[in-house]
Design a protein around this ligand. Structure first.
Ligand code: ADP
Ligand code: MG
Length: 698
């Protein structure tokens, strides 16, 4: 524990460092900027920048960068050194307030969905003072937002900050109505649990599919998979333990609260969970975690796979976004509390979330949509693509009692009345058992479980924050206009449950019957990315985002285009990689095996004409027939890509074509190829196989 204490946040310019290094007045002014979002004037910025620079240089930094999160899913940085030449040919180390606050990366190649014409291609980065600067690889990293000169968000952080602002505004309105005059700001909190795979680097380097696409595009099942569940929480192998130890330490230095590391269900699969923190910091930290996982794995001769579905037939990787709302006075608004008053407030916030999830199922689905995640959702390893809320029996029964004006439990003789009665204490254990729900209440927070492992968590939280802000604003409107607070509150809760009860589902989300049941309830089942993306630009969704100033309509349209384009690009790379592997490695390998078989037959017959060649001839026939089939499937896949060139598709049609036609041809090709693998002499297979990859790390 001592080591954690001594290294924790040692590379972060956090509050303690600021207090230590900034003049009192500067510190105070900076705090006002951080806590209240006040403008930071240049003189103050200069002092802060200078202190940051001195601190960073003492820690061995030579460069600084504005660290931002463009629409690519990774983070971006452009390094500048602190060096400024002097007249006498020497250098001094400088870093000004202006350089701290604003940057102009020449970042014209990041996707902008047409928001920037090339003549005004430069966007600018602006310091997010609410997220601490840190040192990574000898570089002082300044967390920033990335915008166009017109002020349009070109990144994932700007809208996240706006959505936090939106939920802050509406929550404060509601809290005031409950008589709270103390709380001055609320923030949503997030703890994202991150799954990943580790494979041997030497083997990774031999697989073009892993190199180019992050997942295996071919590969027959190994004799053993995850069926014994013996990897889950199993003993961690020495090399993996060494990786985890270094990862934890490096994360701690950056102030990331990495807490638990364990093995997951699939062989070679692991998970890291941090302690929760404010949403924008949790987002920065999750990006850093993913980056460090990949970098540190390499140092241990491993590769960290963050793809949602690296291997067919074994579980893929996701991310659980644990989410709640917390006040600056330290109260968790999704904690039921102990008094009837606290309970009433809790129920209203609970209803706000239920309504938000029901009204914006489509946006929540979109927030986790990616080509990779399409392989997981609904495949009995992750929640279905249908969004629903799990509350647990106890809480559901209470809500039903309120809805129907019935009595709850055996002890209560009276009807359960909001604001009058005390809720029973919900045990976390009682509420957390259902692992199949996409959106589960787990005692004092919600766990959104549909996210893909490589996703930035910003998208999901932008939607959650904004949708809940919308419910809260409607509730606040109703309560502000009412003369009878408790009566209106009770009615609001009742009517919300009545209207949105269809979204509550406590059963098994993996059960096929749920699909039919959900359809009956009128819930959306948007299976693939091209299925759900068109909902992004629906009027009700555009209205939501613009009303709460999270996205402008232009920004939504730009994002919609980027997401579609990205989907098509990923499928195209996958298809082309498959063709490359089939044509250059796999077909030649299987054909060589066929040749060996036929040479064996000839040699055996020459040696002894009556020798039994059943195996060789039968296998030769089988392999040759399958090779013919595989060749035709390869041609068919190639044709789907060639046909596309002649089509005059818009972005949506193109994505749909990839999802339907191209993906179908890929699946067909894989089926034959994997069958061939399973009947071919191992020594002919040109790549490390599933067994090697999944059980190779020792
Ligand atoms: P487990 O799911 O393993 O039983 P927990 O439910 O305690 O563990 O925590 C899972 C994740 O939820 C952790 O990352 C934790 O920090 C996070 N978490 C706990 N409370 C909150 C909260 N109020 N807001 C956001 N995340 C939270
Ligand atoms: Mg959990």
């Amino acid at each position: 524990m001592d080591t954690i204490k001594s290294v924790f946040a040692e590379n972060v310019f956090n509050d303690t460092v600021m207090k230590e290094r900034l003049p009192k007045e500067t510190y105070k002014q900076l705090q006002r900027t951080i806590k209240e979002g006040r403008h930071l004037d240049n003189a103050v910025a200069n002092v802060v920048a200078n202190a940051m620079k001195d601190w960073a240089i003492e820690k061995g930094a030579t460069h600084f960068t504005h660290w931002f999160q463009p629409m690519t899913g990774v983070t971006a940085e452009k390094h500048d050194s602190f060096i400024t030449p002097t007249d006498d040919g020497r250098v001094i180390l400088e870093f000004s307030g202006k350089e701290l606050i604003q940057g102009e990366p020449d970042a014209s190649s990041f996707p902008s969905g047409g928001l920037r014409a090339t003549f005004e291609a430069r966007g600018y980065t602006a310091w997010d003072a609410t997220s601490y600067a840190f040192i990574k690889e000898k570089t002082l990293c300044i967390p920033t937002a990335f915008c166009s000169y017109g002020g349009e968000a070109l990144d994932k952080k700007t809208p996240l900050l706006r959505s936090m602002e939106a939920i802050n505004r509406q929550t404060l309105r509601v809290l005031r109505l409950f008589g709270d005059t103390e709380v001055t700001s609320v923030k949503t909190t997030v703890g994202p649990e991150q799954e990943y795979f580790l494979v041997e680097k030497e083997m990774f380097d031999k697989r073009p599919d892993l190199i180019y696409t992050g997942r295996t595009l071919f590969g027959a099942k190994s004799p053993k998979g995850q069926e014994l569940d013996d990897h889950y929480f199993g003993t961690i192998k020495t090399r993996v333990a060494a990786f985890m130890e270094e990862l934890d330490e490096e994360l701690w230095k950056l102030g990331v609260l990495a807490k638990t590391e364990h093995n997951e269900v699939a062989p070679a699969q692991h998970e890291l969970a941090p302690v929760f923190t404010t949403t924008n910091i949790a987002t920065d930290h999750n990006q850093l975690t993913m980056e460090l996982m990949q970098r540190i794995a390499k140092k241990h001769g491993l590769v960290c796979l963050l793809h949602e579905k690296p291997f067919a037939g074994v579980n893929g990787s996701g991310k659980h976004n644990n989410w709640s709302i917390s006040t600056n006075t330290g109260k968790n608004l999704l904690d039921p509390g102990d008094t009837p008053h606290e309970n009433a407030q809790f129920l209203l916030f609970l209803c706000a979330v239920i309504q938000a999830v029901d009204d914006y199922q489509d946006l929540l689905r979109i927030s986790v949509a990616s080509a990779g995640n399409d392989h997981r959702l609904g495949a009995n390893e992750a929640p279905p693509a249908i969004v629903s809320v799990f509350l647990g029996t106890e809480l559901t029964e209470i809500l039903e009692a309120i809805e129907k004006d019935e009595q709850y439990g055996t002890k209560e003789k009276e009807l359960w009345k909001v604001g009058v009665h005390t809720l029973p204490r919900f045990q976390k254990d009682a509420t957390d058992r259902n692992r199949t729900s996409p959106f589960a209440f787990t005692g004092n927070k919600f766990e959104f479980r549909m996210l893909g492992s490589s996703d930035s968590i910003s998208g999901a939280n932008i939607v959650l924050n904004t949708a809940v802000a919308e419910s809260l604003s409607q509730f606040a409107d109703a309560l502000e206009q009412s003369a009878d607070f408790n009566g209106t509150l009770h009615d609001l809760i009742r009517s919300t449950i009545k209207k949105h009860r269809r979204i509550i589902f406590n059963g098994n989300g993996y059960d096929e019957k749920w699909v039919a049941e959900a359809e009956k309830r009128g819930l959306l089942n948007l299976r693939t990315t091209p299925d759900c993306l068109p909902y992004f630009i629906k009027e009700k969704n555009v209205d939501l985002f613009t009303r709460h100033k999270v996205f402008s309509e232009t920004e939504i349209r730009a994002r919609y285009e980027i997401l579609l384009e990205n989907y098509s690009k990923i499928l195209n790379i996958e298809a082309v990689t498959m063709l490359d592997m089939a044509n250059k490695d796999l077909l030649p390998a299987y054909s060589a095996y066929a040749r060996q078989l036929s040479e064996t037959v000839n040699a055996k017959k020459a040696a002894a004409p009556d020798v039994d060649c059943t195996f060789e001839t039968e296998r030769l026939r089988q392999v040759s027939a399958l090779c013919g089939d595989m060749y035709r499937k390869t041609q068919a896949l190639e044709d789907t890509l060639l046909n596309l060139v002649q089509k005059d598709f818009g972005e949506l049609e193109r994505a749909q074509y990839y999802q339907g036609t191209v993906f179908h041809a890929m699946t067909e090709l894989r089926i034959v190829a994997d069958e061939l693998e399973s009947v071919t002499d191992r020594s002919f297979y040109p790549y490390p196989n599933y067994g090697d990859l999944l059980f190779g790390v020792r």
